[in-house]
Design a protein. Structure first.
Length: 489
């Protein structure tokens, strides 16, 4: 038994080491430079693996990696179902599904080695990230390999031209280069890959220095400081309204021209809503709330004397809806969501024009999706506003990953972004993802900031091209014939 375990470890240690190194790059460890070396052990092993070994190593890597990345799902599910056993179900399902994706990606990357195309490995990795970000029902762009680099905005500006997936490919490219150094037969192929890596780095640095003409908009970002998930349901909205009223008075005095509140700032599902806090047409406001009954939407509302709204398009699986509820009655009974199952907007991504400013709202989970912010920018939005409740998973690494996503959305669109949460992270970013200000976690506070809104659209129109090409590649590659072996002399 011991010898079998030893043999298994000797065969699988590169997968375990790569998973561990990548976990260390993410919150709560925040060792972001590890992303540039984390995959080297597994890529080195992959160069001499057969198909089955590549699949098994990839699956093990993905399962271990996502056990760490999705631990917050356990806490969230237990709070909603009040059942510790059920908490393990979505957590283990998520890790198991991730194992399938990473098993697939390492089989595809092995194909790249076989075809003598190591340069294609970063494209394949990015393609599988795109696939798991948009696969129907299970779409979940979580723990993308570029995510930890939000702490270094100057390094991620390539996202403006190919979304976060181009930065992921860039990160994997350096891992491939370092792995090839360890394989003598592959060393001669390193030079063009190194040129490509340095070229993307140069593009990022140049883009970081571009500062287009802009108008200045004074904005107040409010953090009510009230736990909207686990606070007393009878008093949380009144407490939040009391704090909001105070911040609104200050914002009217300091000349703010827009106030952004979090999701869940009011109770009820009226349309138009009936906020318990003061409204003043002289201070345009946006916030998130629930709208309607059957169908029921999570909605961004805007008020400047007149009401406008935009419904949420991306919903959290097991958080805002449960798949299979109508087919499997036991699921309906076990996963009883506090808000009931919500519906996605049938009208697509819409912005809000509030006080003469086109604002691109994103409600919580939507902030993870590059296509939502891209469509907001294409619709003419001049700034992005993320409104959320992170209280469900405070005390886990999840809120920081959501905060990281906001940085990438700003860089991708070239638009400034504000993020308002009930207890945090509430912040403001410029169009390059630089932090303009952030409120302390858990405290009632307001952040006044002056956003620079580009006079003309800064959106790169071909932003979706790279992710689309990567996605096509992962489905076409298995059908490409392998090169013939040279005949024996």
């Amino acid at each position: 038994m011991a010898s079998r375990a030893k043999a298994w470890f000797l065969k699988r240690w590169p997968a375990l080491l790569s998973a561990l190194l990548l976990i260390l790059a993410f919150p709560p460890f925040d060792g972001w430079p590890f992303v540039f070396v984390a995959l080297v052990p597994l890529l080195w092993k992959l160069s001499s693996s057969d198909g089955k070994d590549a699949w098994r190593s990839g699956y093990l890597f993905g399962f271990v990696y996502f056990l760490a990345q999705m631990v917050w799902v356990y806490k969230l599910t237990v709070h909603w179902t009040h059942n510790s056993f059920l908490g393990y179900v979505p957590w283990l399902i998520a890790a198991s599904l991730a194992g399938l994706f990473y098993g697939w990606v390492f089989v595809l990357m092995r194909h790249c080695y076989i075809r003598k195309w190591p340069w294609l490995i970063p494209v394949v990795w990015a393609g599988v990230e795109v696939c798991r970000s948009y696969i129907p029902v299970l779409a979940f762009p979580w723990a993308l390999v570029a995510t930890p680099l939000y702490k270094a905005p100057s390094l991620i500006q390539a996202a403006h031209f190919g979304a976060i997936y181009l930065v992921s490919a860039w990160v994997v490219l350096l891992n491939v280069i370092l792995a090839m150094v360890c394989v003598p037969d592959l060393r001669p192929k390193i030079r063009p890959l190194l040129v490509a890596f340095l070229g993307l780095l140069t593009v990022s640095i140049i883009q970081y220095r571009i500062d287009p003409p802009a108008d200045v908009l004074p904005v107040t970002v409010v953090q009510p400081g009230v736990d909207m998930a686990f606070g007393n349901p009878a008093t949380v909205h009144e407490e939040a309204a009391f704090n909001i009223d105070g911040f609104m008075a200050s914002a009217l005095t300091d000349g703010s021209r827009l106030m952004v509140l979090p999701e869940g700032a009011i109770k009820g599902d009226d349309d138009p809503p009936k906020p318990p806090f003061r409204l003043d047409p002289g201070l345009p406001i946006v916030f998130g709330a629930q709208r309607g009954k059957g169908p029921t939407f999570q909605t961004a509302f805007g008020f400047d004397g007149h009401w406008t709204h935009a419904d949420k398009t991306r919903l959290v699986i097991f958080g805002e809806f449960v798949p299979g509820r109508s087919t499997f009655p036991f699921i309906a009974k076990a996963f009883d969501l506090p808000t009931g199952d919500l519906d996605a907007s049938p009208n697509g991504v819409k912005n809000l024009v509030v006080g003469g400013t086109a604002v691109g709202p994103m409600l919580c989970f939507e902030g993870l999706f590059p296509e939502v912010s891209y469509l907001q920018a294409r619709n003419g939005s001049r700034m992005l506003a993320v409104m959320c409740i992170d209280d469900w998973y405070m005390g886990t690494p999840a809120p920081e990953q959501l905060r990281a996503a906001a940085t990438f959305r700003a860089v991708e669109t070239g638009l400034p972004l504000v993020r308002s949460a009930s207890t945090g992270y509430s912040l403001a970013l410029d169009a390059h993802g630089n932090l303009l200000g952030q409120l302390p976690l858990g405290q009632p506070a307001a952040l006044r900031t002056e956003l620079r809104l580009p006079k003309e659209s800064a959106l790169f129109p071909l932003l979706p091209v790279f992710p689309t090409c990567c996605l096509i590649t992962v489905f076409v590659l298995p059908w490409v014939k392998r090169p013939k072996k040279p005949a024996d002399q």
